[in-house]
Write a protein that binds this ligand. Structure first.
Ligand code: VJV
Ligand code: CA
Ligand code: ZN
Length: 397
């Protein structure tokens, strides 16, 4: 008896193919698929697998990925290897590979990697559609920057867009919510011309320490998709630009107020939540000061709407905290309370030991680690909320 029982009234399903873990972007690349190994080990150590339906989905096929992506791009993606890639090849560059930044490297098993995480998102969406589950989870997905024929920002195939396309076969309106610290630009663009998907992204926006805009450089509050009044997608997109150092209370206030208003006005039939963990304090690429429970509160709020929910991962570049967050959020989904002291005998326990006060705990105080000065004043956020509400008026007309 571990105190974890199957919650009554709704079902949670977990979609994960462990082969994703074995892929490497390159030695010092910040995107580390083995963070998924850590997350899975924590989830298993707390016994959460007994509270959900566990699925090991097969990789997505070429045709399944071509539901969104360009076939020529996919042929390239499928066939390119570190051995045959020519660094100044025009096709390579035009598809978003190589170039000055090495954001999207060509690595061994690339096609296998993209088909594994996409397969899990498709399978999770199917499980919601055939009502096998009410909340479906895929921590290996959430690659929100990928375009129809281009890789961008560590993302090669946009599993979110494909999953939403599946949900649209039976649902009239799908709400996409993105709490990754980066703007969910690829998903926004894919659905910019339809009113059947509303995209809502919270992200860091503005000049970075080095004077360059924070990646990808888009997502101001004024960016609401197409401006042509005849475009059905007009107004079905909301961006919430946030400055460095936002704290738990401010983020929760923004998230609750704005997401609540969108749900009330748009009345989605299904929700997709990209829960990128790079919005946590102490993230290697992030700029916010959020603690794990504040991040998890977003999941709690979205779950409380009682609408079919697909939860996917995304960014997250301090692997131990990514694992903690996604383990906590899995527990939020199934309605379990986890002990702050990590269970004994977890594999890779040393990964959770090296950080002063937080060592050996599930909920270390992340807002103190690499603290970013909070540049968000409450009165600025109040103005931001008012502007967001103003933007939502388009939904009523
Ligand atoms: O900021 C950028 C692009 C540049 C151009 C070139 N310089 C070198 C880097 C800046 C404009 N890219 C971002 C991409 C972030 C992608 C986030 C993905 C997600 O979380 O939203 C969803 C999964 C960026 N920030 C940091 C890096 N790139 C970065 C890339 C590396 C690296 C270190 C930092 C690539 C390779 C290696 N180190 C070895
Ligand atoms: Ca975001
Ligand atoms: Zn990110």
């Amino acid at each position: 008896e571990n105190g974890l029982e199957r919650p009554k009234g709704y079902t949670v399903s977990f979609h994960y193919n462990p082969h994703v873990e074995y892929h490497h972007f390159g030695s010092s690349h910040p995107m580390k698929p083995w963070r998924l190994t850590l997350a899975k080990q924590l989830i298993l150590s707390y016994g959460l697998e007994y509270t959900m339906d566990i699925h090991e989905p097969r990789p997505a096929t070429f045709d399944e990925i071509a539901l969104f992506h360009d076939r020529e791009y996919l042929e390239f993606l499928k066939n390119v290897t570190p051995q045959n890639a020519k660094p100044d090849d025009e096709a390579l560059l035009s598809f978003g590979f190589g170039g000055e930044s090495n954001d999207c490297p060509v690595f061994d098993g690339l096609w296998n990697y993209v088909s594994l995480y996409s397969g899990a998102s498709i399978h999770a969406a199917q499980s919601l559609l055939n009502k096998q589950s009410d909340i479906a989870i895929n921590w290996s997905g959430g690659l929100h920057h990928a375009r129809k024929k281009m890789a961008a920002g560590f993302c090669y195939v946009n599993d979110i867009v494909i999953a939403i396309q599946h949900l649209l076969t039976e649902h009239q309106r799908v709400l996409y919510i993105d709490i990754d610290v980066h703007h969910g630009d690829g998903v926004e663009q894919a659905f910019e011309s339809t009113d059947r998907v509303f995209t809502l992204s919270y992200h860091k926006y503005g000049k970075d320490i080095n004077g360059y805009p924070f990646f990808p450089g888009t997502g101001n509050i004024t960016e609401m998709g197409p401006t042509d009044p005849s475009n059905r997608g007009k107004g079905h997109c909301l961006n919430i630009p946030i400055d460095d150092g936002i704290d738990d209370n401010q983020y929760s206030w923004l998230f609750k107020t704005i997401t609540g208003a969108v749900v009330q006005k748009y009345r989605p039939e299904a929700i997709v939540l990209q829960s990128g963990a790079d919005s946590l304090g102490g993230d290697r690429l992030g700029r916010f000061n959020l603690n794990i429970k504040a991040h998890g509160q977003c999941v709690e709020i979205v779950k409380s709407y009682g609408i079919p929910l697909l939860i996917i991962g995304g960014g997250g570049y301090t692997p131990r905290n990514v694992a903690r967050t996604w383990c906590h959020e899995t527990s939020v989904c199934v309605g379990a309370d986890l002990h702050d002291v990590l269970p004994p005998h977890i594999p890779y326990i040393q990964a959770f030991q090296g950080e002063g006060n937080g060592a050996g705990l599930l909920y270390p105080a992340l807002h103190n680690i690499q603290h970013h000065e909070n540049k968000n004043k409450d009165k600025d956020l109040q103005k931001l909320i008012e502007h967001a509400m103003e933007n939502l008026r388009y939904l009523e007309a």
